[in-house]
Design a binder for this molecule. Structure first.
Ligand SMILES: CC(C)(COP(=O)(O)OP(=O)(O)OC[C@H]1O[C@@H](n2cnc3c(N)ncnc32)[C@H](O)[C@@H]1OP(=O)(O)O)[C@@H](O)C(=O)NCCC(=O)NCCS
Length: 133
């Protein structure tokens, strides 16, 4: 069954502006080491961060919490399989919320899909619950 869906569009130029103004303060507050390592290897650092920003916003919508002040953005993190497919990992408050909405005897799977075409970066998140048995 589907527990939640979320989508978000992020403006790559806006993210570039925040990176230029706040640099590592922004990187460290919002993005995990895995996300920062991926972005720093890329020519399009801002586009890489914009997709991951959109993924976090989409995930918060799928979790049904939406955006809140003081949210721990690093508790929703994107990594990539060897194929390039993105995977969303949730920890802390986001994991607690996921556990809350997951019915007993089910496991939750967070699906994420990303794309970008300058100046836009887009993410979809679908949270699925699968019976354990
Ligand atoms: C997947 C693919 C269609 C992406 O298309 P694109 O036009 O380059 O880029 P888009 O902006 O639409 O999407 C990029 C996002 O797609 C996602 N993506 C990449 N590979 C993926 C895959 N195998 N499955 C699902 N999603 C994938 C990633 O999240 C990527 O963003 P990120 O690298 O910042 O995480 C394209 O890379 C492709 O056909 N790849 C073939 C497989 C391949 O070359 N693999 C190389 C590693 S073995």
């Amino acid at each position: 069954m589907i527990l939640g869906i979320g989508t978000d569009l992020a403006n790559i130029d806006r993210i570039q502006g925040v990176l230029s103004r706040h640099g590592d303060r922004f990187r460290n507050r919002v993005f995990t080491e895995t996300e920062q390592a991926k972005a720093s290897r890329r020519k399009d650092e801002a586009g890489t961060y914009a997709k991951r920003w959109a993924a976090k916003e989409a995930c918060s919508k799928a979790l049904g919490t939406g955006l809140r002040m003081g949210i721990a953005w690093r508790d929703m993190s994107v990594s990539n399989l060897p194929s390039g497919q993105p995977v969303m990992e949730v920890t802390g408050w986001a994991k607690n919320r996921l556990d809350e909405i997951t019915p007993d005897d089910h496991k939750a799977i967070v699906h994420v899909s990303l794309t970008d075409d300058h100046p836009w970066a887009q993410a979809y998140v679908v949270i699925e619950a699968r019976p354990l048995a």
